[in-house]
Design a binder for this molecule. Structure first.
Ligand code: PMP
Length: 354
């Protein structure tokens, strides 16, 4: 606390990301990173970028990257916005599109960065409870609003919302922006990108941090009607002209060009998830249906907080959220590679004495 701070700083409750501890031989299943490295073509592109040209600023429009993304999704370049991770893209979305007289709506159990952006930008919001199955119920969103945002699949539940439900929401909600945060969409959830041409108020955000294995590079993007993208560009160019550095652009373009690697690694994660679900169910866990690279699981007898603490003693890190009370017994566990998943199962077996 300091009187030297701008007054708003006293009111902020910043987002706390999952731990990145420096423990040896850690099995890190707490931040939904991809267990497989990026495509070798990405590494080659990054190496080529380490050159004299680094003394020059990058392209402020990231045109190569936008062109690659537009082509990938069958869109126009003016329907694409890129940023330093989808967190930065989301920050601009909140400021550019979601601050209105009516409250922004999002689920009560969802990505906990959303209320943080509301605090930063002074956006009023209302949370909408998930139903008893921890699902988003579209009918609960038919009320006056200044925007709607949710991840699909939702985080931390992992539950996917069918595309038909998203279309039903868009049919009923035409006067405010609907943002679908598709950070985990490539692990078995239907994308809403196909609806962009029909709904000018739909914005879809994606990240390279999960299915493209590039959390360390910080690349994310939004796609939507050119009118929405223009608002984002206005905010971005009032904030930072060069959010995508030369490495990020080269890596992002190369990642999109290696479709085979992308398909192979994401299918492997999906297959491992299904195996992990079966193994954990046999240990007494109840697991919500997941369309993501993580599962949300609770044990029939043991409290979530205690299981997380015991796993940590075995150098296995998973994510436990204390709040809200409804999810206090759940653990969010990232799907790892075979070795990591086996270590998790062995640690659970030893704790549960099975
Ligand atoms: N949306 C959701 C739902 C997330 O879980 C995350 C990862 N914490 C992000 C967006 C942001 O990801 P990134 O900034 O790495 O693109």
């Amino acid at each position: 606390m300091s009187k030297l701070w701008s007054p708003i700083v006293h009111t902020l409750t910043p987002y706390v990301p999952g731990e990145q501890p420096k423990i040896q031989n850690l099995i890190k299943l707490n931040t939904n990173e991809n267990p497989y490295g990026p495509s070798p073509k990405v590494i080659a592109a990054l190496q080529a970028e380490a050159a004299d040209s680094l003394r020059l600023y990058p392209d402020p429009d990231s045109s190569r990257m936008k062109a690659a993304i537009a082509e990938y999704h069958g869109l126009q370049v003016n329907q694409v916005f890129v940023g330093n991770g989808s967190d930065e893209v989301l920050a601009h979305v909140f400021q550019a599109l979601l601050k209105h007289d009516s409250p922004l709506l999002f689920p009560d159990i969802t990505y906990s960065f959303y209320p943080v952006y509301c605090g930063l930008y002074g956006i009023q919001y209302e949370t909408v409870p998930l139903n008893d199955q921890f699902e988003i119920d579209i009918d609960d969103y038919s009320r006056p609003n200044g925007g709607i945002i949710f991840p699909n699949p939702n985080a931390p539940t992992g539950i996917p919302l069918p595309l038909a439900e998203i279309e039903r929401l868009l049919q009923a909600n035409k006067d405010s922006v609907v943002v679908v945060d598709e950070a985990y969409v490539d692990f078995g959830t239907e994308s809403a990108v196909a609806l962009i041409k029909s709904y000018p108020n739909l914005l879809v955000t994606h990240t390279y941090s999960k299915s493209r294995s590039l959390a360390g590079l910080r690349v994310g993007y939004a796609v939507g009607d050119a009118n929405l993208i223009e608002a984002l560009i206005r905010v971005k160019d009032s904030f930072n002209s060069y959010p995508i550095d030369r490495f990020a652009e080269a890596g992002a373009v190369a990642a999109l060009q290696d479709e085979a690697y992308f398909q192979q690694t994401r299918q492997q994660v999906i297959a491992s998830r299904e195996q992990l679900v079966t193994q954990m169910q046999s240990l007494g866990f109840d697991i919500l249906p997941s369309g993501a690279n993580f599962i949300f699981a609770r044990h029939s007898q043991q409290p979530g907080e205690e299981i997380a603490a015991k796993l940590r003693e075995h150098a296995v890190l998973v994510r436990h959220f204390k709040k809200p009370a409804r999810i206090a017994d759940f653990l969010r566990i990232t799907v790892g590679n075979n070795m990591q998943n086996d270590a998790l199962i062995q640690a659970l077996k030893s704790y549960l004495s099975i």
